[in-house]
Design a protein around this ligand. Structure first.
Ligand SMILES: Nc1ncnc2c1ncn2[C@@H]1O[C@H](COP(=O)(O)OP(=O)(O)OP(=O)(O)O)[C@@H](O)[C@H]1O
Ligand SMILES: [Mg+2]
Length: 279
């Protein structure tokens, strides 16, 4: 007879699973030029076209200064493009987009609020239903192993735990779009690997659209349906690598031929673009 776990080991059914459908994103001929303090101009992005379907996980890799963070800010509506058009969901972006959450490299938690208080911050700011979102906050914290840390303060947590809290805070509002700017760049390799698996699990459950910036080619390939490779500034799209390796992916995926091929293809781009050098 097959073993069935006792009730206490079973995950209770979640009212949130599969809840939030991601939104599509489209950029058409988007350029961004910044004015510099000395009155000059920097062209950060050049004629960018990119379509991302609802619920896709897309990574952006590219050399420092090629405009990755700029791209994220443009999609969130925090800054306007110089020319071109951006749509998120069924609307053109004009000002800050609703329904979007951003996770940065540094977790920017509020040190005077508890873990749970930090996760619930966007719920308070946006005046969302507290009881529904409180339940979601508990569920998210439990799913990343932080159930027992809800009443602790950020200063009592490790870097990986803090970044988990930041991700829970981003997901508590069920964002249609999750923007992540090198969210795991400051973590040690082992914690980072675990965070990749945690993030994949949460995304498989919620299917938000994710735009994920990373400097790690392996991380991009492990997590993404598509990896967008950017050239040095002004950033252009050098290649888009489609990745349909089966999910859930994990340590076993890294030795699969398809994984190794994708990583190698992206590395070759960086060698050709002069971003990597073997001599
Ligand atoms: N507010 C700004 N004013 C002027 N120039 C800017 C501004 N923000 C970014 N830039 C310039 O635009 C270019 C792209 O910057 P961006 O931060 O988007 O790059 P990035 O790809 O995210 O780099 P990194 O990998 O180092 O984070 C850089 O040359 C940067 O100096
Ligand atoms: Mg950046």
């Amino acid at each position: 007879m097959p073993w069935t776990p006792p009730d206490r080991l079973r995950r209770p059914p979640s009212p949130f699973r599969g809840g939030s459908a991601g939104v599509p994103i489209a950029l058409r001929a988007v350029t961004k030029r910044y004015k510099t303090a000395r009155g000059g101009e920097v062209q950060a992005l050049s004629e960018l076209d990119l379509s991302i379907e609802a619920g896709a996980f897309v990574s952006i890799v590219g050399p420092s200064g090629c405009g990755k963070s700029t791209l994220l800010m443009l999609v969130s509506g925090l800054i306007p493009p110089t020319t071109g058009a951006i749509r998120v969901g069924d609307r053109p972006v004009k000002g800050v987009v609703d329904n979007v959450a951003i996770v940065f490299q540094r977790d920017v938690l509020l040190d005077w609020r508890t873990v749970l208080g930090n996760v619930l911050l966007p719920v308070e700011i946006k005046k969302l239903d507290p009881s529904i979102h409180r339940a979601k906050a508990h569920e998210l914290l439990r799913s990343v192993g932080l159930a027992e840390f809800e009443e602790k303060y950020p200063g009592e947590l490790s870097g990986g735990m803090r970044q988990r809290v930041a991700i829970c805070r981003a997901l508590v509002q069920d964002p249609g779009l999750l923007l992540m700017d090198e969210p795991f760049g400051a973590l040690d390799a082992l914690t980072r690997e675990q965070m990749n698996l945690d993030l994949q699990r949460m995304w498989l459950r919620d299917r938000n659209t994710v735009l994920f910036i990373t400097h790690s080619i392996e991380e991009a390939v492990l997590l993404s349906d598509r990896v967008v490779v950017m050239s040095p500034r002004p950033g252009r799209i050098a290649d888009v690598v489609n990745n349909d390796l089966p999910r859930p992916r994990g340590a076993h995926t890294r030795s699969e031929a398809g994984f190794v091929e994708h990583v190698e293809r992206i590395r070759q781009h960086f060698l050709a673009l002069g971003v990597l050098s073997e001599t």
